[in-house]
Ligand binder design. Structure first.
Ligand code: MGP
Length: 233
């Protein structure tokens, strides 16, 4: 993996599920009341809104939401996507690790599960207005063998390691019988140079040597599984 991705977080941050708040004074400034500061007695924010408790933590450039689609609910759904649920939004390095360390990794997820991590307020659907003109790169893995690639994909996204970071919508891991798949979703499929750059960087971050293909969501909406790769690297 690229050094730049690794260096996004320290080992200490990685393991730190309950970081002690610190600032230059070594304590919490309770008289700060500006937006983003903790106010004593303030109601805890919903897990689906970016937390305000970021002043002593390490804020990320963007807030991100984990979504989950439960296979048993998926079987009963009338329309695709109706059983998909946002499970947690995070805005800091510390929040990321406390969620990541407490949820299933792909190898322990049930068959047919889908786990997503998308920028806050982007829905992981072809129909989302920000995704609609986008597409996705897909990398395939033997069943149960993509935990590291999933983590490195998350770190590259939330650590803003891509030159075209604004292009990134999010990523999804699909746990399937024949293989696991990770797809990286982007915004402007027609911008070939940006998509190729993202795909090449992603392969480097994952140390992935097989080829990956990029499908336009527009093609998927029209052709579903018959949609073909527009770019391959
Ligand atoms: P999938 O969930 O990406 O899984 O797509 P996979 O492994 O390709 O196929 P599976 O049948 O083995 O699960 C499954 C199907 O879900 C697609 O063929 C679409 O019909 C539907 N689908 C997937 N996505 C990501 C979308 C979406 O964003 N919008 C809509 N409307 N349907 C989707």
């Amino acid at each position: 993996m690229e050094e730049s991705v690794k260096s996004t977080f320290t080992a200490e941050e990685e393991q730190n599920q309950n970081p002690k708040p610190t600032n230059v004074e070594g304590g919490i400034e309770e008289d700060e009341t500006e937006e983003g500061e903790i106010v004593e007695g303030e109601e805890v924010t919903s897990s689906l809104k970016p937390s305000k408790a970021i002043s002593m933590a390490h804020p990320l450039e963007n807030s991100w939401t984990f979504w989950f689609d439960n296979p048993s609910a998926k079987l009963k759904q009338a329309e695709w996507g109706t059983s998909m649920r946002p499970i947690y939004t995070f805005s800091t390095v510390e929040e990321f690790w406390s969620i990541y360390n407490n949820i299933h990794h792909p190898s322990t997820l049930v068959l047919r599960a889908d786990l997503y991590c998308f920028k806050y307020q982007i829905e992981p659907k072809w129909e989302d207005p920000i995704c609609a003109n986008g597409g996705s790169w897909t990398a395939n893995f033997p069943r149960g063998k993509c935990d590291t690639a999933w983590l490195y994909t998350l770190l590259a996204m939330i650590g803003e390691q891509f030159d075209h970071g604004n292009e990134i919508c999010g990523a999804v891991v699909n746990v399937r019988n024949r293989q696991d798949k990770i797809a990286l979703w982007t915004k402007n499929a027609a911008d070939e140079a940006a998509q190729l750059n993202i795909g090449q960087q992603w392969k480097k971050f994952l140390d992935y040597n097989d080829s990956i293909g990029f499908v336009f969501h527009e093609d998927s909406r029209k052709l579903d599984k018959a949609a073909r790769n527009r770019y391959t690297i």
